[in-house]
Design a protein around this ligand. Structure first.
Ligand code: ME8
Length: 518
């Protein structure tokens, strides 16, 4: 049995879940659901990143302890994903004792190996920010945020000798061109290594005098581990490292999923850390672009965060899911507008898919006594629908594995189109009025029910609730729990004649007056 593990970034607890986190989490959920259906031993990991000064500051601003603050926001992430039926297997928090243990374990291993050393350095420190500034933090010699001159300070810290591994990393990128995908992001990492891009050894500690909200270094109790060296290790800890029963198999099949904002830590720091700890590298790093809202970057101050729970309330979560998965070409940026969302729901879900479902089931009720009819011999037209289902199943499999979920959905909708076209050609509503054409009507509606079976199965990782409803209406309730993809979505003659069908309400009601126009 092959193992498939999928991870999302662990989200910072200084913001509540918005469209960006939701997109990554939905992509991971779709992949996890697909791989479960493909028979892989699947593990889906998500969680929250809770240490560091950003969180300590956010907690201080609310006058509460960082731990309490983290508990609250982490709880919001977890309960949001639960409400949205996200099928994660483990929700990891960087404050979990297992995570702390895993981080300390790796720190020990890498320290003993001689890849961590203690250095004094001098830098420009901003008292307002309580940290050392980089070139980018300054405008004309002043701190960008505090508009005051930073002071020269020296501090001693621990450094991970990351640059030792840059050569091996460059070789890995050369030898496995799709290890970081899509290719544009692999090229970015190659360029970072080639040009240096500020890449050097990595400072991995903070003195407790300056920050104590973190994991204590196992070899120096005056220091805590600093953010990335802590956060990245969640991917191992969440799978059970270092002594859980399955972590090695799970790790061997691990796929990371992130947006381009954190390409450097995942494309450079993390593989170097893994090499230093003598651990195998991840299978792929999958990188997507940004959702912008009304053409602007998402930010708290603009108030354009788009809450997934509000979207669910207004449009159904499946409709929102479908839009996000269908409208973003994986790897590129995309713009969210409520108008585009409504157009997509109406065109694809209400009209195209919704009509196929309601026409098929209404006519099955009317002409075939609300039961799957017994079909006659299929003709060439029936064969085109069956071929389209086989084609869709194969293409969905290929596209999902290549991280092209929008293309996978296009392939499913080609099958929806082909079935709608077939139904129009056969026009059973006319045939049913003519003597002697009962068998043809039965074959037509059987073919449509059979196509809906394929469509329901193929859609189930993408829009699980709606797909479940489609299967239920053709009398195949719960089929998605036991089916195997892609094969079962291509197999024909699977519906037993006589099985009761139901009409049900509109799967995706048409949206008449979008909020955006209000
Ligand atoms: O970076 N478009 O956490 P974070 C698409 N804790 N995706 C977006 C997005 C947008 N506009 N905004 C956020 C961190 N995301 C670290 C990660 S991992 C070891 C530590 C998603 O809360 C996207 O997945 O800032 C992005 O990479 C992530 O949220 C950043 O989440």
């Amino acid at each position: 049995m092959s193992h498939y593990s999928i991870t999302t970034p662990i989200y910072y607890v200084n913001a509540e879940p918005h469209i960006g986190h939701t997109y990554t989490t939905i992509v991971a959920d779709t992949l996890a659901r697909y791989h479960r259906l493909a028979g892989d031993e699947t593990f889906f990991l998500t969680g929250t990143d809770e240490h560091g000064d950003k969180i300590a500051e956010a907690a201080a601003a609310q006058g509460i302890e960082p731990r309490l603050f983290a508990d609250r926001v982490s709880g919001i992430f977890q309960s949001t994903w639960e409400t949205l039926d996200i099928s994660f297997d483990r929700f990891i928090r960087t404050t979990d004792p297992e995570h702390v243990r895993a981080v300390q374990h790796i720190l020990r291993v890498v320290h003993e190996k001689g890849d961590i050393d203690f250095r004094e350095y001098e830098g420009l420190y901003c008292v307002g920010c309580e940290r050392f500034l980089t070139e980018r933090d300054m405008v004309e010699g002043l701190c960008r945020d505090h508009e005051r001159a930073p002071e020269k300070r020296t501090e001693s810290n621990y450094f991970f000798k990351m640059s030792r591994y840059f050569g091996a990393l460059a070789e890995q990128l050369d030898a496995h061109p799709d290890w970081i995908r899509p290719e544009r992001y692999r090229n970015e990492v190659v360029a970072m290594l080639r040009e240096g891009s500020g890449l050097d050894d990595l400072c991995i500690s903070r003195p407790k005098t300056r920050l104590d909200w973190g994991i204590e270094l196992p070899f120096d109790a005056d220091y805590v581990c600093y953010v990335w060296f802590d956060a990245l290790i969640n991917y191992l800890a969440g799978l059970g490292y270092p002594d859980g029963p399955h972590w090695e198999e799970r790790w061997a099949g691990v796929e990371h999923l992130v947006a381009k904002d954190i390409l450097k830590p995942h494309g450079v720091f993390w593989p170097c850390m893994l090499m230093a700890a003598d651990l195998p590298l991840y299978r792929h790093l999958n990188v997507h672009g940004y959702w912008n809202v009304d053409d602007r970057k998402i930010s708290k101050s603009l108030g354009n965060m788009i809450s997934p729970l509000a979207m669910r309330e207004q449009y159904s979560f499946d409709a929102f899911r479908y839009f996000l998965l269908r409208d973003m070409s994986f790897g590129l940026d995309s713009s969210f507008t409520e108008e585009a969302l409504v157009t997509r729901i109406n065109a694809d879900l209400a009209n195209n898919l919704g009509n196929l479902v309601s026409r098929t089931l209404n006519m099955t009720a009317k002409f075939c006594g609300a039961a799957v009819p017994a079909p006659g011999e299929p003709g060439p037209l029936e064969q085109t629908v069956q071929d389209a289902a086989g084609e869709a199943a194969r293409e969905v499999d290929r596209r999902v594995r290549a991280m092209e979920l929008h293309r996978a959905l296009e392939a499913i909708f080609r099958l929806v189109d082909a079935t709608n076209k077939y139904l129009d050609q056969r026009a059973p509503w006319k045939a049913a009025k003519q003597e002697g054409r009962e068998a043809e009507v039965a074959t037509t509606l059987y073919t449509c029910c059979q196509a809906l079976r394929s469509i329901g199965l193929l859609l189930s990782p993408f829009v699980p609730e709606a797909a479940g409803a489609i299967l239920e209406r053709i009398g195949a309730t719960g089929l998605e729990a036991s089916a195997r993809l892609p094969g079962d979505a291509a197999s024909w003659d699977q519906l037993a004649a006589g099985t009761a069908t139901t009409r049900g309400a509109a799967l995706f009601p048409r949206i008449e007056s979008p909020e955006a126009d209000a």
